[in-house]
Ligand binder design. Structure first.
Ligand code: SF4
Length: 429
C-alpha cells in the first residue's frame, strides 16, 4: 500500500520535519486494524485520532473486515478501480464528501459540503440510485431521511460514527425527558408555551431527531443555531439542547442568556447532576456532550498565534468551548470558515480552529494566504478517518456486482418524525 498525504504528514511529524506532532501512535496503524473480526461483538474504540479515548457505546455499529485483497491493494490500483467503478455507474451514483474527509477521499466526491448541505444536495439528485456518503453515520441517516424512497444510502465504513452523537442516546434522553416532565409538568406558566422544548443538533442519531419531531421540537445546525433557539423560545419556556453542550452554550450566550441560566445535564447522575433550584432557574439545559476534535482548542493556542503572528485573524467552530469562542475573532460553521478564508484578501494570516483535514486543504487551496491550524498537533477526527479508499473501492465494486454493501436505512416511523423536525428547521428563514 502506498502512503497517503495524511500518512506522509504523520511520518514527517515522527521525524520532526513537520511543525506538528501526532496525537496518537495508533495513527500509524492501517485504518482497518480496528475493524471487527468474525464473532467480535464490540468495538474496542473509535479508532485513531481525537475521539479515540471517548467511550464507544456497545451499540456503535461494527465494520467487519473487508476482503484482504482491498486491504493489500496498492493506492494506484485502488484509484484505478474507484475511477473505473464511478464511470461505469455514471448518473446512478453520487459520492458525497464531508469537508473533514482526507484528501485521498475528497478527490472522488461529486459534491463536497457539511453534513446538512450534502444531504440536501443528495436529495436534488433524484437520478442517483446510490448515494455513497463519505462522512459519518448520522450524516448517512440524514441523507436517507431526506432522499427519495428509491435511493439507497451507503456508508463505506460502518464504524465511522460520531463520538459526540453517541454521547446522547434515546434511552437517556427519554429518562431526562420524564424527569423534566415531573418537575415542570405539561402545562406552562406562560400561556401557549411548552414547559420544555427539545432541540437537537444535526450531529445526532435519527431517533433523537424523531423524538424532537414528536415533541414539538426541532433540529439545528451550527449555521442556524441562533435562529432555531429564537424559534424554540417563542414556543417553549426552556430548552433541552443535545448533544453538544458547547454549541448550545455559545448560542445561548449570543442570545443574552447568562451562564447561570444554563445547566449541564449529566445522564449518569440524578437530576442530571443539578439541584432542583438550578433546574428551575435554567433557560437552557445542555446535554453533557462534546466534539473531541473541537474540544482540543484552547485559549493558550490563540494567545500563541497572536504573539507569533500579530494581526492574525482567529476563526473557530462553535463546537469549541465558550472561552475559545470568546478569545477568537469569529466563530462559525464549517461553511462559514471556508467562506471566511475565500473572502479574505491575499496576505491575510488565518489561524483556524477546526478539523485538521479541512485546514490542510484550505492551506493548499489558498497559497496566497498564511493559514494554519490552531492546534499544532495533528489529530484528525477518529471516525472521519475510518473512511479510506480501500472501503470506497469495496462498496463501489459491490454495486457493480449488484450488491449494496453497508446500506444505512432509517426505520420509516423514525424517518417520518425526524423529517418533521428537519422541516421545522428548514421553514426558519
Ligand atoms: S468532528 Fe466531532 S462532531 Fe464531527 S464527526 Fe468528528 S467527532 Fe463528530
Amino acid at each position: 500500500m502506498t502512503t497517503t498525504i495524511l500518512d506522509k504528514l504523520i511520518a514527517r511529524a515522527e521525524t520532526g520535519l513537520s511543525e506538528g506532532a501526532i496525537c496518537s501512535d495508533d495513527l500509524k496503524q492501517p485504518t482497518w486494524s480496528l475493524d471487527a473480526e468474525d464473532g467480535q461483538k464490540a468495538l474496542p474504540a473509535y479508532g485513531a485520532g481525537a475521539s479515540q479515548w471517548d467511550k464507544a457505546p456497545a451499540a456503535t455499529p461494527l465494520q467487519r473486515q473487508i476482503p484482504a485483497r482491498y486491504r493489500q491493494m496498492e493506492r494506484t490500483e485502488l484509484d484505478r478501480r474507484i475511477r473505473s467503478a464511478k464511470e461505469a455507474l455514471g448518473e446512478r451514483l453520487v459520492i458525497l464528501g464531508h469537508h473533514y474527509q482526507r484528501d485521498e477521499i475528497i478527490q472522488y466526491a461529486d459534491l463536497r459540503g457539511d453534513s446538512f448541505k450534502l444531504s440536501q444536495q443528495a436529495a436534488s439528485r433524484p437520478n442517483a440510485e446510490y448515494i455513497v456518503f463519505c462522512g459519518v453515520h448520522f450524516m448517512a441517516e440524514s441523507a436517507d431521511i431526506l432522499s427519495g424512497s428509491t435511493q439507497q444510502v451507503i456508508l463505506p465504513n460502518l464504524a465511522a460514527g460520531c463520538s459526540m452523537a453517541d454521547m446522547a442516546n434515546l434511552d437517556d434522553v427519554l429518562d431526562c425527558w420524564d424527569t423534566l416532565g415531573r418537575i415542570f409538568g405539561t402545562n406552562s406558566a406562560d400561556a401557549g408555551k411548552q414547559p420544555v422544548l427539545p432541540v437537537t443538533y444535526m450531529n445526532s442519531a435519527a431517533n433523537l431527531k424523531a423524538f424532537c419531531g414528536e415533541q414539538n421540537g426541532i433540529v439545528c445546525t451550527s449555521s442556524n443555531a441562533e435562529a432555531v433557539l429564537k424559534w424554540a423560545f417563542e414556543r417553549g419556556e426552556r430548552v433541552l439542547f443535545f448533544p453538544d453542550q458547547h454549541l448550545g452554550r455559545n448560542t445561548g450566550v449570543k442570545l443574552g442568556i447568562s451562564e447561570a441560566e444554563m445547566v449541564i445535564w449529566d445522564p449518569t447522575k440524578p437530576l442530571g447532576g443539578n439541584t432542583l433550584a438550578q433546574l428551575q432557574r435554567a433557560k437552557i439545559i445542555l446535554w453533557r456532550g462534546w466534539c473531541s476534535v473541537h474540544q482540543r482548542f484552547n485559549v493558550a493556542q490563540i494567545e500563541k498565534a497572536r504573539k507569533d503572528y500579530p494581526g492574525v485573524r482567529v476563526v473557530v467552530h462553535p463546537e469549541c468551548p465558550l472561552e475559545v469562542v470568546q478569545a477568537a475573532d469569529e466563530a462559525g460553521s464549517t461553511e462559514y470558515i471556508i467562506q471566511a478564508v475565500e473572502a479574505a484578501p491575499a496576505g491575510t494570516i488565518l489561524a483556524i480552529g477546526t478539523e485538521v483535514n479541512l485546514v490542510r486543504r484550505l492551506q493548499a487551496e489558498h497559497p496566497d494566504k498564511k493559514i494554519f491550524c490552531l492546534d499544532p498537533v495533528i489529530c484528525p477526527c477518529s471516525t472521519m478517518y475510518r473512511i479510506h479508499p480501500a472501503y470506497l473501492a469495496w462498496v463501489l465494486e459491490g454495486l457493480l456486482e449488484g450488491q449494496v454493501l453497508n446500506q444505512v436505512k432509517v426505520d420509516p416511523k423514525v424517518s417520518h418524525f425526524a423529517r418533521i423536525a428537519l422541516s421545522r428547521m428548514l421553514a426558519i428563514k
